[in-house]
Write a protein that binds this ligand. Structure first.
Ligand SMILES: NC(=O)c1ccc[n+]([C@@H]2O[C@H](COP(=O)([O-])OP(=O)(O)OC[C@H]3O[C@@H](n4cnc5c(N)ncnc54)[C@H](O)[C@@H]3O)[C@@H](O)[C@H]2O)c1
Length: 256
């Protein structure tokens, strides 16, 4: 594979599973040194990166915790010196209807999906500014454009990510840093496979197929589909692209 990210250091949050694992493996296979950050062990990610001949270190951290993020910054800089490509991917998506949602559930969602994006960006962006080069890529969701019941807290958090992306891009563009978001469709990952069948009683296996049939391109999205877009956004081919949210959902939101 072309080493388009050679000499770069990437930090991928939520890199143990699903889309984050595909991101970490793709960036490493294209030459980046990768800091894989996750609250869970990331053995499979590390194995896959070694298989493609890449370099990575795993940091077990809860990225919703400000103290753990501060320590993470120091550890990444000790291991690799800096962060050039920041991928704010970690997220949770327990569904809960509004009448059952309490403040603790709302706050947990915001802490993991939105506070973490602020905290981790706050930690790594200043050094990008000094070097006048950087990439920040945040994970949104196509559910912001294709809403469903039981997701008020989730969709609010991802709406926050989209707003944060645009606003931060406007502050950093003149300093060589781009900020973009990826909004996946319903993608086969450990996270979606583990979800309860509580949206109209449908299992994830059923939902992959039902949603795919409604897409302009009728197949379920994969983590590798997301990784291709991520690699492009992280590369110099995307130098003039910022403040965007890319829907990678076979056209479900934009063409249905
Ligand atoms: N899979 C989809 O259909 C889909 C659709 C739209 C958006 N997304 C978004 O893409 C991202 C990845 O989703 P996925 O399906 O790969 O999820 P996943 O559950 O398979 O993986 C998420 C990873 O994040 C980690 N994580 C969770 N909380 C953490 C914390 N506090 N600190 C550190 N790590 C933490 C988990 O351990 C896990 O490894 C999420 O932000 C999600 O909202 C996914």
């Amino acid at each position: 594979m072309e080493k388009r990210h050679a000499g770069k250091v990437a930090v991928v949050t939520g890199g143990a599973h699903g889309i984050g694992r595909a991101f970490a493996v793709r960036l490493a296979s294209e030459g980046a040194d990768v800091a894989v950050v996750d609250i869970n062990p990331a053995t499979q990610t590390l194995d896959e990166i070694r298989t493609v001949g890449g370099r990575a270190v795993v940091f077990n951290r809860d990225i919703s915790d400000p103290n753990e993020v501060a320590g993470l910054g120091e550890d990444v800089e000790r291991a690799f010196g800096r962060c050039d490509i920041l991928v704010n991917n970690a997220g949770i998506f327990p569904s809960c209807r509004f009448e059952d949602l309490d403040l603790a559930g709302w706050r947990r969602m915001m802490a993991v999906n939105l506070d973490s994006v602020f905290l981790v960006s706050k930690r790594f962006v200043p050094a990008m500014r000094e070097r006048r080069w950087g990439r920040v890529i945040n994970m949104a969701s196509n559910s912001f454009g294709q809403v469903a019941p039981g997701l008020t807290h989730y969709i609010a958090s991802k709406g926050g990510v989209i707003g944060f992306t645009r606003a931060l891009a406007s502050e950093l563009g003149a300093e060589g840093i781009t900020v973009n978001a990826i909004a996946p469709g319903f993608t086969r990952t450990e996270g979606t496979l583990a979800r309860e069948p509580n949206f109209r009683g449908l299992t994830s296996e059923q939902l992959y197929g039902i949603l795919a049939e409604r897409q302009a391109i009728p197949r379920a999205p994969t983590p590798e589909d997301m990784a291709g877009v991520l690699s492009f956004l992280a590369s110099s081919d995307a130098d003039l692209i910022t403040a965007q949210t890319f829907y990678v959902d076979g056209g479900l939101v934009r063409a249905s």
